[in-house]
Structure formats: C-alpha cells, structure tokens
Design a protein around this ligand. Structure first.
Ligand SMILES: [Zn+2]
Length: 229
C-alpha cells in the first residue's frame, strides 16, 4: 500500500499543537494510522513544538521569567510526547490480532464507531449509496462514513467550508487525481468537485464537513433535510 495524497502542513500543525477539534482530528488520526510518512512528519513537528509554543518573539527582551516558563513548557511537551509514544506502543497489534482478517477501519476509528464496516448499521443515501453518521462531542463538523457503489458518483457539490476525506477501501477519482486506501483529500469552499468511485470495488471513505453540503441539483437539495446530509 502506498499513500499519495497527504495532510497539509497547516492542518498537521494544528493537530500537533492540539488545537484541532475532535471531528477534524478523527480524519487526521485515520490518515496517520495508514501513513508512516505523515507519522514521521508529526513526530518532527512535536519535537519542534517547544520552540513553536515558546511565544517569545525575536524583538522581545528575554527575561529570567521567560526562560523559566519556556523550560516549564518544554518539560510539559516532553511529557506529552512520551505519553503519545506509550499510546502508540499499546496500539501495536498483538500477534493474535494480526492473524485475524485485516480490518477496513484502522484504529482509533474502529473503536470510535464500535466495529468494522460489516457490523455497522448503514443508512441509505441516494441511489445505491449509504452513510454512517458518527457523533462527536465538539459538534463542530459532521463526521460520517460513506459507502459509494463502484463507478457511481457522489452528487456534485460545493462546500460551505472545509471537507476532509480519507479513503478506506476502493478508490475514487476527482478531476485528474485518483485517491485510494489511505489517501487524504482536503477541499474548501472554493472547490466544486465530482468524486466518482473507481470501477470494480465500492468506495468506503471517512468524510468530515463543517457545514451542510450545498448540492447543485435542486432535487438533491429538496431531499437534503430528509436524508440529513
Ligand atoms: Zn500522509
């Protein structure tokens, strides 16, 4: 498996600094679970975190108090980083787990939704497509899994804001780009796109949107409140 579409620096920095809400973090964490390259980038950012968080501008005179508070922050960051490391160690599959059939949903997503794709109660969403809404505590964005039949489009839409998508099974193409397992797409309000699931296999992805999608077709717009999308 090779991942071709990664998390932007800006978004990964938000995640590293802990300022990203739970909804968006779920998409970032899902990509990280499938992408060793971005895990490495994250580690680099966490190591630089002490300097980024120091808050001491170059023009300011540095006092003893500043140094003391910076050292305290650096120490706190070290503690947080080592906590993350020990969590990583716990997340490693035991030999017993790895003998089982490979999961489509990686951790922490699988635990978050309480099962893998075959055990979830999917709801119909347009012709042949299904979705599984995922409640989050922050309520800042709408989080759900999408299941699109092979070769079928997700209805064309623009966004009221940001949308993050992580492919978990199959693939979709959007414009000239192909996204498959692990790939991460960041879309914003300026982008009108037409994702279409690849042929031969249904596409399952995690989608996080920060506002109701504005579908272009009036028919879809009419049923939007009924479908809850
Ligand atoms: Zn990546």
């Amino acid at each position: 498996m090779s991942v071709h579409h990664h998390i932007s620096d800006a978004l990964l920095l938000d995640y590293a600094s802990g300022s990203l809400a739970e909804s968006w973090s779920l998409a970032v964490a899902t990509h990280l679970a499938l992408c060793p390259a971005c895990r490495k980038r994250l580690k680099g950012m966490e190591m630089a975190g002490g300097a980024l968080l120091s808050g001491i501008g170059p023009a300011q005179e540095v006092t003893d108090d500043d140094w003391r508070s910076m050292r305290a922050r650096l120490h706190r960051d070290e503690v947080q980083t080592s906590n993350v490391r020990s969590k990583d160690a716990q997340a490693k599959p035991s030999p017993e787990t790895s003998r089982l059939k490979a999961s489509i949903l990686p951790e922490p997503l699988r635990s978050y939704v309480g099962g893998d794709v075959d055990t979830l109660k999917w709801k119909p969403l347009g012709p042949g497509a299904h979705h599984f809404p995922i409640p989050t505590r922050d309520g800042e964005a709408k989080v759900r899994l999408l299941r699109i039949p092979a070769g079928k489009p997700v209805p064309e839409h623009t966004h009221g804001g940001r949308e993050l998508t992580v492919v978990l099974a199959g693939s979709f193409h959007d414009g000239g780009d192909v996204y498959s397992r692990g790939d991460f797409e960041e879309a914003d309000e300026d982008l009108t796109h037409q994702p279409v699931a690849g042929e031969g296999q249904e596409c399952i992805c995690l989608a996080v949107t920060d506002a109701p999608l504005k579908f272009k077709s009036w028919v879809v717009r009419l049923v939007q409140p009924v479908l809850g999308i």
